[in-house]
Design a protein around this ligand. Structure first.
Ligand code: DGL
Length: 267
């Protein structure tokens, strides 16, 4: 038994979608969330810079005595997961492999779409993970940075957003995909809108769900579960001076989020 918190990290509010699923899977675990809102967005940045940011954030969270780290950011996972796993003594989990695994098991026509950041799409990370499991699957990717900007600003509905969803998805629709991987942790916040705009043409994969299952599995395997009677404590940090983190977090997590502490990363 281990009551130390799980550390969860993203560039902004996106990782809250992973936190929500973790709360569903292991409600009595303490959590510390870190959103690097000052350096958001990670998607268009050089992956070497992103790797440095993720390492700094991991260092920050390690000082909070976490027992496990979840990189709840696809771009961050692409840039730093492998290296972090080799470096940290605690278990580290990313979001790409769980999403790829779910896509492979759910596609019937072996045509998978991915919507993600420039960094994630450019890295070919989903192609690699998916083809590792089933080389026959064809993958079609689009960049959805504009949608991520809307979400981070707390704009989760509206005509403008829908128009942008439509134009981001347009290149995918002609490929007859039956599964769409939300390859950025921000996207589950607009999952309903994505389905509506695309007339439910495909199934949407939210890798947060599978990631949270992996978290639980690993906690059990490593004998790291918190005591059953533990009442979860949730702490939130962000690096921007003024942002929409709290507002969006509240819309999404309700009473689970009571305050957000501002902090700085020495980069
Ligand atoms: N939520 C992050 C991801 O999953 C990226 C958003 C960004 O910072 O560009 O890739």
């Amino acid at each position: 038994m281990d009551n130390r918190p799980i550390g969860i990290f993203d560039s902004g509010v996106g990782g809250l979608t992973v936190l929500r699923e973790i709360i569903k899977e292991v409600p009595n675990e303490n959590t510390v969330y870190f959103g690097d809102t000052e350096r958001f967005p990670y998607g268009p940045k050089d992956l070497r810079d992103v790797r440095d940011f993720v390492f700094k954030a991991a260092e920050f969270l390690e000082k909070k005595d976490i027992k496990m780290l979840v990189i709840a950011c696809n771009t961050g996972s692409v840039a730093a997961l492998k290296k972090l796993k080799q470096t940290l003594k605690i278990p580290v989990i990313g979001v790409i492999e769980p999403g790829a695994r779910t896509a492979v098991s759910n596609t019937k026509n072996k045509r998978v779409g991915v919507i993600a950041t420039k960094g994630t799409v450019g890295s070919g990370a989903y192609e690699k993970e998916i083809k590792k499991i089933d080389p026959q699957i064809e993958i079609f990717s689009v960049i959805g940075s504009i949608l991520i900007e809307y979400i981070e600003k707390g704009i989760l509905t509206g005509e403008n957003l829908n128009e942008n969803i439509k134009s981001c998805l347009k290149p995918l629709l002609k490929h007859n995909i039956d599964v769409l991987v939300l390859g950025c942790t921000h996207f589950p916040l607009i999952e309903r809108q994505i389905l509506e705009v695309s007339s439910n043409d495909f199934e949407v994969i939210n890798s947060a769900v599978e990631t949270a299952k992996d978290v639980k599995k690993l906690l059990i395997e490593k004998n790291l579960l918190a005591r059953q009677e533990n009442k979860a404590n949730r702490i939130f940090y962000e690096t921007a001076l003024e942002g929409n983190f709290f507002k969006t977090g509240k819309m999404f997590l309700g009473s689970e989020i009571k305050e957000v502490i501002r902090t700085k990363l020495e980069i």
